[in-house]
Structure formats: C-alpha cells, structure tokens
Design a binder for this molecule. Structure first.
Ligand SMILES: [Zn+2]
Length: 538
C-alpha cells in the first residue's frame, strides 16, 4: 500500500467546504448547533467559545441552517479564505519540483532527485529539507531509523507495536539515563512521552513531534542545557500513532480522522483513537457509539488496535522496563489550546489541578513570549463543550451542564495516562491555527509551529527538573543561543526541595532571558493570574 503524494486524490472535495459558524453565545444557539451536528453526523473540525468549524457538502448547508435558531442562520462564513477545499488540500502536499513531470510518483517528487541523507543535513531544523514539507510515512520511517543509527549515544529506535493493518508504530527514545547504571536497584527512568498523529489528518502534530525530536537530538552535546535535560529525563517521541489513518490521508482522503479498522457497518470504517481508551469510556451511551460518527469509540474499550497498543506498551514500560512516565504531551490540531485533564467530565476535579494549571500557563507563556502566539489554557472537558460566554466565576456546574457537548469526551488518551499511568503532568495540545486553514495548515508553518512547541517542551523540561529535583534547569536559555561551551557544572539543584513534589515557589518568572522592556510589554503577570482564575473552576 503506497503512501505517496496523491495527485490522484479521489474524493471530490470541490463539493465540500468547511464553514465557520459564529456563535452569538445564546443557549439556544449552542444547543441547536450541537443537535444539528449530532443529527447529521457532521464533521466538526474545531470550536471555541465563539465559533464552530464544520465541514459540509455544499448541498447540506441550507438544510443545516434550517435546523439552527434564527440567531445563527446568518452568522456563518466559509473557511480557507474562500479558497476551494480541493486546492487547499492539494497545497498541503509536498511542493512539486517545477521541472518534474506530473506523473503519479512512487516517491514524493521533492525527494526523487536528492540523496536521502540530505534530509539529515545539520542545522537547527529551520533550513532542514525534512521540515520544508509534510512527509509521508514512507519517508518518516527511514528518517527515524537513520537518526537512531547516527546518534547511537542518546537515541534508540522504538516500536511500540503494530497497527490494525499491520504497520509498525515507530518512534525514538532519546536520553542518556546515566542514573540507570548497573546498580542493583536503579532508580526509575523519568520519561516524557510526546505523541502525534492520533488523528490522521492532523499532520502538523506529526511534523511537530519530529521537529522537537530532531532538535533535542542534534542539540545534545552542543547545548549544555539540553545535554543536562537528556541526562535527567528520557523522551519517547511517537510521531504517527495512527499509521493506517495517516497513510490513508496521503493516498485517499486528506481529511480522514479515525484509524482504518473495520467496524460492524461495512461502509463506515474506523474508530476514533481518542475515544477508545478504557478510562471513563462512554461509547455505549453517547453518539460515539455510531460507527459512522467521526468520534466512534468502538464497541468496547480498546477495541481500537492502536489505542490498545499504546496502553499495553506504556504499562509494560512501567512494569518491566523501569520507566516512570512523568510527562505526557499528546499533540493535536487545531485551535491553539493547551488542555489538561479531565476530558470526560467537568464535574470531576483532577487531584493535581493547581499543578496542572500552573505548568499549562507556563507552557502558554513560553510560546507567547517567544513567538507572540497565544494558546488558551483550559480543562479538556471545557474544550469539548459548547460553552457560553457566561462561564467562569459564579456559574454553577448545573448551569454549565446545560451547555451541550460538541463531542463525546470519555475514553481519551489524556485521561487514561493521567489516571491509569499516573502521569502527573499530562496535556493535550492543539496546535496552530485558529481556523483559517484548520487541518490544512500550509507547509510554511511547519517550522514556526515546531519552534514554538519546542520552546514549550524546553520549559516543561525545566519545570520538571525543578519539580523532581533532577538535572539542571535553564534549558529555555534556548537551543539557538546555546553554542558549544564547556558543560557548566552548576548542578546545585536543591535536591532536598521535594523529590516528587513540585517546588513551584522557586520557579517564579526566571525562566526566560529577555530584556526588561520586553518583559514589561509581554509578561503581564496579572493577566496570567487573571486567566488562571478565569479557568479555575470554583
Ligand atoms: Zn485530534
């Protein structure tokens, strides 16, 4: 099954168009929209408090509008800057070389005339060919293996298992774990798991996982802070958790979301991997029980092969491979949101809520300060709910419960890792953009998106170093600034400051080196605190 560029893309996307419906935040509006989405099994791309993006075939627009309350009937606009959906899809595939003949290629055209090693040229990733385009699985797989074979001191190839259609689910383990030497009772290797591609069409999540992996790997031994980070923690990067779906987005349907498993309905394939985990699985009581739904949860928890593979692998790592997962970043797109547990319900408060929120605010700030892009912080349940503008202080859960959900939200990977694996810092991050291009984010944004999330990951590394009293903080001094210097032995980490207990007071705001003017401009601490209060329930 080839997974190459698809000029012969078979779906007639010319008849489809994503629309942004602007909510005027009336209860009636939110409810009507959720019901319509439910009834028509619509493909809801994304949503915020103020808008919902929905893909529709053009002939369904009028009937849908008929189902909506008056207030919403005129407040919709086409996405993609009114470009044709088919063209927007085509534009996300690798750029053809201008002199290359337009035939059905067996390998992406931009790679045909170059040695594969060109994809690994040194550099910060910015000038690296690999990140000039989204890459098909047939390129990602050998690229991962090549990285592992070139950087044997701190990179190992990982295969967590096999997909429903028999493809390897591959990744990299990055780290030097000197603490795990030949001691009789070695300490657990503190491990941060970074995943992408759970939803097939969210290509930017896959490219971003690769971008972060590449930059950490090539900065090791050059940038002292990264070297210390990789001594303190292992990272496991899995860029394509749903390889069957990912390949399908390259060959057949660019907008496919689920895996490719056969269901009980012949014409409705695929299970939504992010609804398939066992914690608070709710496929039996929600519309996620319909195989034709984009959120189909399977008939039973873990029926979806890839979800089961990830869970089994993670369990095995902790039980037999001396691993302790301390961080989980599940990358998705789109809407620029950092979400923390729980996904399944807003009525259950995660035990580590304040820690989760604090780190999430820090991640958001790291992105905003360095790149000017704002990522909202919220609990995943709120991200799944068609919330109103009246949420916040003074709104009870009963009132909030009135607002309907845009998606089923049990059985998520986020909740499962947080609760079953006890990963204290677990997040789902929805990457760029906010709906201009949605899933069809242009390839020019691969590197900028990678950079901003890399900064967030470095911040996370610092935060966890402090929290667990290991390694050296200071990674956010930045990979790009950190030229080869002597390894500063400033390992005066306050080890007594609570192993396993976050020492938040010590983190303060000393995590970025910026000048005072910028600081005044960008670090509006009171804004952050306000946001924090705004999102904290009760
Ligand atoms: Zn997703």
């Amino acid at each position: 099954m080839a997974d190459t560029v698809g000029p012969g893309h078979s779906l007639d996307m010319g008849l489809q168009q994503p629309w942004k419906v602007h909510r005027r935040s009336t209860a009636e509006g939110a409810k009507g929209l959720a019901e319509a989405a439910d009834t028509l099994l619509l493909d809801v791309w994304g949503f915020s408090r103020d808008w919902v993006d929905i893909r529709l075939s053009k002939d369904i627009v009028a009937p849908l509008l008929g189902l909506l309350p008056q207030s919403l009937q005129r407040s919709h606009t086409p996405l993609l800057r009114e470009r044709d959906l088919a063209q927007a899809i085509y534009d996300t595939y690798p750029a053809p070389r201008s002199n290359a003949p337009q035939t059905t290629p067996t390998s992406p055209s931009h790679l045909r005339d170059r040695p594969f090693s060109a994809l690994l040229q040194q550099g910060d990733g910015e000038s690296n060919l690999f990140f000039a385009n989204y890459q098909p699985l047939s390129v990602i797989e050998p690229w991962l293996r090549l990285l592992a074979s070139l950087f044997t001191t701190h990179v190992q190839p990982v295969t967590i298992g096999v997909s429903a259609h028999g493809r390897d689910i591959s990744g990299l383990r990055v780290g030097v774990h000197p603490t795990n030497a030949d001691k009789p009772n070695p300490p657990k290797r503190k491990t941060i798991l970074v995943t992408g591609g759970l939803h097939a069409r969210e290509w930017i999540s896959t490219s971003t996982v690769n971008y972060i992996a590449y930059n950490l790997i090539t900065s090791y031994g050059k940038t002292p802070s990264v070297t210390r980070l990789l001594e303190a923690f292992d990272f496991v990067f899995i860029p394509t958790l749903n390889p069957d779906g990912y390949v399908y987005t390259w060959t057949t349907d660019r907008l496919w979301r689920k895996n490719r498993q056969q269901t009980t309905l012949r014409f409705c394939q695929g299970i939504d991997l992010d609804r398939a985990f066992s914690f608070q699985w709710d496929g039996d009581v929600t519309t996620a029980g319909n195989p034709c739904s984009e959120s189909f949860a399977g008939e039973t928890p873990f029926e979806a092969v890839e979800a089961g593979v990830l869970a089994d692998w993670a369990r095995n790592e902790t039980e037999r491979n001396n691993v302790e997962f301390v961080g989980f970043l599940d990358l998705h797109s789109y809407s620029q949101v950092i979400q923390y547990p729980y996904s399944y319900s807003c009525d259950d408060t995660p035990p580590g809520l304040e820690n989760l929120e604090e780190l999430a605010m820090g991640l958001s700030k790291a992105i905003r300060v360095a790149h000017g892009h704002s990522y909202e912080v919220m609990s995943a349940c709120e991200g799944n709910t068609a919330a109103s503008s009246t949420k916040g202080a003074g709104v009870t859960n009963q009132q909030r419960g009135f607002w309907p959900r845009m998606e089923a939200s049990g059985g998520s990977a986020l909740d499962w890792f947080y609760r079953e694996m006890r990963v204290r810092y677990a997040y789902q991050i929805k990457l760029r953009d906010r709906g201009t291009y949605g899933f069809l984010l242009p390839r020019e944004e691969i590197v900028p998106a990678g950079k901003e999330i890399l900064d967030a990951v470095l911040y996370l590394g610092d935060f966890l170093s402090e929290a667990y009293g290991v390694g050296g903080a200071g990674a956010v001094e930045g990979i790009r600034d950190g030229e080869e210097t002597d390894e500063a032995e400033d390992e005066d980490v306050k080890a007594e400051s609570s192993v396993g207990k976050p020492a938040h007071d010590e983190l303060e705001d000393d995590w970025l080196v910026i000048n005072e003017d910028e600081e005044a401009e960008m670090l509006r601490v009171e804004d952050v605190q306000w946001e924090l209060r705004r999102w904290r329930r009760r």
